[in-house]
Design a protein around this ligand. Structure first.
Ligand code: PRP
Length: 210
């Protein structure tokens, strides 16, 4: 990567759309993003910027390894995977929350047996129950985790809730809120020093256009 180029890893999907809207608002020609088709790197030459479209945990990996200077990723991914980078800004979009949920009308804390919790986010789940001093069995599920309590595999799930519609339509309800989530800007620790001026300008422009 050229030293005057800024490379930003952006989470594929919903955050990618939001990021493209923000960049357009900042005066960038974000057509390379919105019309990228199957291309994985969108170049915005007038801004000396490259946008790398990646899966959530890979955004962290590319930024941590310094092949991308910055990244746009959900706080959920940061909480689950950790890593070494600066978290510099809360975009305020991509808002949802982590919650413990399960079948409607049931008392999750009833009884003494060890509960089984299904989640895609096993670390977040472990941390949450460790803080409570509660021993649970955690089962990793890759998606549509709401199925696990419906099928009788789990007593509860730890998952992202946005509108609550998925829970409601499947007869589930939030038992407890765990954390508020939104999209964050992360920056590689070395880039922060070597490309300070450019990154400061980027951060300022983002803040002015949020
Ligand atoms: C997420 C999350 C819930 C749903 C919550 O799933 O895991 O299932 O969205 O949104 P709601 O509260 O507005 O209904 P996503 O659509 O990302 O797919 P996944 O289940 O495959 O992770």
């Amino acid at each position: 990567m050229q030293n005057d180029t800024i490379r930003i890893a952006v989470t594929k999907g919903r955050l990618e759309k939001k990021a493209a809207e923000l960049f357009a608002h900042m005066g960038w020609d974000s057509a390379a993003m919105t019309e990228r088709g199957r291309q994985l790197i969108a170049r915005i030459p007038e801004q000396n910027t490259e946008i790398v479209i990646a899966k959530p945990p890979d955004v962290l990996t590319y930024v941590e390894h310094g092949v991308c200077d910055a990244g746009i990723v959900g706080k959920d991914t940061i909480m689950e995977y950790g890593g070494v980078y600066f978290e510099v800004l809360d975009f305020g979009f991509g808002k949802c929350r982590f919650a413990l949920a399960g079948r409607q009308g049931e008392d999750f804390y009833k009884g003494h047996g060890v509960k089984t919790i299904a989640s895609k986010y096993t670390k977040v789940t472990r941390d949450f129950f460790e803080k409570k001093g509660m021993d649970v069995d955690i089962v990793k599920i890759e998606g549509s985790v709401e199925l696990a309590p419906l099928l009788g595999l789990a007593d509860g799930i730890v998952d992202l809730v946005e509108t609550g519609a998925t829970l409601r339509e499947n007869g589930l309800a939030v038992y407890e809120e765990i954390a508020d989530i939104s999209a964050r800007l992360i920056v590689n620790t070395v880039s922060m020093k070597l490309k300070k001026q450019k990154l400061d300008r980027l951060i300022k422009s983002i803040e002015e256009n949020l």
